[in-house]
Write a protein that binds this ligand. Sequence first.
Ligand code: GDP
Ligand code: MG
Length: 441
Amino acid sequence: LGGSIARALQQMSNATIIDEKVLSDCLNEISRALLQADVQFKMVREMQLNIKRIVSFDELAAGHNKRRIIQKAIFDELCNMLDPGKPSYTPKKGKTSVVMFVGLQGSGKTTTCTKYAYYHQKKGWKPALVCADTFRAGAFDQLKQNATKAKIPFYGSYMESDPVKIAVEGVDTFKKENCDLLIIDTSGRHKQEAALFEEMRQVSEATKPDLVIFVMDSSIGQAAFDQAQAFRQNVPVGAVIVTKMDGHAKGGGALSAVAATKSPITFIGTGEHMDEFEVFDVKPFVSRLLGMGDWSGFMEKIHEVVPTDQQPELLQKLSEGTFTLRIMYEQFQNILNMGSLGQVFSMMPGFNAEFMPKGHEKESQARIKRFMTMMDSMTNEELDSSNPKLFNESRIMRIARGSGRSVGEVMEMVEEYKRLAKLWSKMKGLKIPKKGEMSAL
Ligand code: GDP
Ligand code: MG
């Protein structure tokens, strides 16, 4: 997709005269690429019209960077489409919230319920899982296994066949135990059968969830809009989680889900494991959708803001995919100085949303400083290693003692390092364009 969009933009850039037809051809080419990425036909059409309205002919004709103008217009337009204009209900730690998960069978509900619980548990919440899927044999076992692994309390039954009864009992039980995040997993079925929707409505009416999350498989394709809408018509969907973003799916269906439910995407699933779960961030997602996910946007930014003499070294490290604690230390320093790399790294999915959540900049900075204090107590061997296994008990204790922080905090830092190393490794084998080649991307 990125390729065909880049080609379309390039062709237009090469045209000596920019007239309606050249722009139209370019937009048609881009529309085709978006359709292939499963963006709904109606939305593509709408975007095309909007861009024609936004992009000024005079500006294009006057020889400004046409590729950049149009690319930015598309980027902004897609970002707008992913923003339903109202934030989702956000559960508050320490106050009881009931969150109900809905979606088709196989979309990833049970997996995502646990990830969601685990994510919050790590942040100090007291989550609990309720299995209201009595339709699929083995559903309770699956939830039980996941929950046990993550040490999260769960509720369900092998005998009871009424999902409403189980949901209500589970919610009551955990309310008494002062859990603050009560998560209800529901059944899916293969088709959008009337019976499924009736069941969902009943569970929803009986448990009165504060938030209903619609879970959607990113590979659902053009069917995304109708499916999301059908769920929205039956239960008050308030947020969307898109799963399997690690696969080959382009994820364009996510735009349809937002449009159909008028609800924001809050998280994405990026793998089968418990911690393969990311806070959703619009801009990196759109970059990825537009194929800038080959990191060309990221690369462009590096060329723009990193001092020229530092570029080769950083790019080399990126293409090797090796992330050491020393690199982490340097990036933290950059972020604290609000230096150039801070900007660059804000474009890496996962770095920004987790590290600098909007409105919590002070806390993030304090956390980064704490991490750096601990890293100051590390040996060169530790800083230059890219093997987290190096950090055995005695090393962790020594670092904790040396920095005056707790063992738990050192372990948290090592976990953060692992998370960032994983992000970084996605860039392994990255082709490094020379500065002159950037405009061809
Ligand atoms: P449910 O029927 O909606 O409850 O779906 P499940 O949670 O049972 O998931 C169906 C399958 O999708 C399982 O094999 C999961 O491991 C897998 N799965 C769920 N989320 C993801 C994800 O983000 N990435 C990948 N690769 N697989 C996932
Ligand atoms: Mg399930």
